[in-house]
Design a protein. Structure first.
Length: 307
């Protein structure tokens, strides 16, 4: 089975450029911004933008494209002006993604600042309901991302995402995006077989495995439970290789699109996206195995929370 492996790619020069760049590196899926992620405003999508992007998908065979929303958006903000501005901006994200034919828009739920988590979660639900009411009938889904929990960011517990999905008016429009770096930083261990299965059981008991739509494959510079969001290249951080091996060979996840969000840089003249993809592919079990079951992952050192 071909794994849907890709990365977040730049739209500089045109949206189709992200697809072409992904295909050039042998990727089979792609994530992108639909506008400058550090600006509120963006010029409207043109018919040519949409046509060239969709043509690029057809031409390259890249599948399951998604977007990540702007980091400026905060649907949990206790400040009414920023909250309303964020609602308008997220609605625009959904409209642009729908026009491009994207599967989902990955979004960080929001930061509650000093208002408290309960208040922040209620604000998120209210804001998402408004956005969905304004975009009735859209095929593009909202993909809630598990976060590292840095600062007052919500979404670092499965229960946060569970609350949102259970309280929105149109839960059928929502999925979840898991991020390996964020999971570790939030305190969900992945290092051994038992730890991995325990985390998956918690996920299934709260959100439900059927809600998982995609994964961000990132190693972590910081330790288990650090609540610090710092991505590292695959196998070079605190996650280690074995959790990625488990995910890539686990039938509960291996059919999902998986996107790298690691640093764009070169090593020995080679793009690190290519290096990271090669590392991930090296972890996929031999397709000739007749059992159809994933290879047993080797035991990894037990990950411990910092003292």
């Amino acid at each position: 089975m071909q794994r849907l492996l890709g990365a977040h790619m730049s739209i500089a020069g045109g949206y189709y450029k992200a697809v072409d760049a992904a295909a050039a590196l042998g990727m089979t899926t792609v994530q992108l911004f639909t506008k400058n992620n550090n600006q509120w405003r963006a010029k409207p999508l043109s018919d040519d933008d949409i046509r060239l992007f969709r043509d690029a998908l057809d031409r390259t065979g890249v599948q399951r494209p998604c977007a990540h929303d702007s980091y400026l958006i905060n649907l949990a903000s206790p400040d009414d002006a920023l909250w309303n501005k964020s609602i308008d901006a997220f609605e625009e994200e959904l409209r642009r993604a729908e026009a491009l034919g994207l599967c989902g828009v990955v979004m960080h739920p929001g930061s509650c600042l000093d208002s408290g988590e309960e208040c922040g979660l209620k604000k998120i639900v209210q804001a998402l309901d408004i956005c969905c009411q304004r975009t009735k009938g859209f095929a593009t889904e909202v993909w809630l991302e598990i976060t590292a929990g840095q600062g007052s960011n919500l979404g670092y517990r499965f229960e946060h995402l569970q609350y949102i999905i259970e309280h929105v008016q149109e839960p059928q429009r929502y999925g979840v995006c898991l991020d390996t770096c964020h999971l570790l930083a939030a305190g969900y261990p992945l290092g051994t077989d038992d730890e991995f299965e325990s985390t998956v059981r918690q996920l299934d008991a709260t959100i439900g495995l059927k809600r998982v739509r995609a994964l961000h494959l990132n190693d972590s510079k910081k330790d288990l439970g650090s609540r610090v969001d710092r991505h590292e290249h695959i196998g070079e951080g605190k996650v280690g290789l074995e959790p990625f091996r488990r995910i890539l060979n686990d039938p509960r996840f291996n059919h999902l699109p998986m996107y790298l969000e690691t640093k764009k840089e070169q090593r020995n003249g080679e793009e690190m996206d290519a290096v990271n993809l090669r590392t991930l592919r090296s972890l996929i079990a031999d397709e000739k195995a007749d059992s159809g079951k994933p290879k047993a992952a080797k035991k990894a050192p037990k990950q411990r929370k910092p003292q």
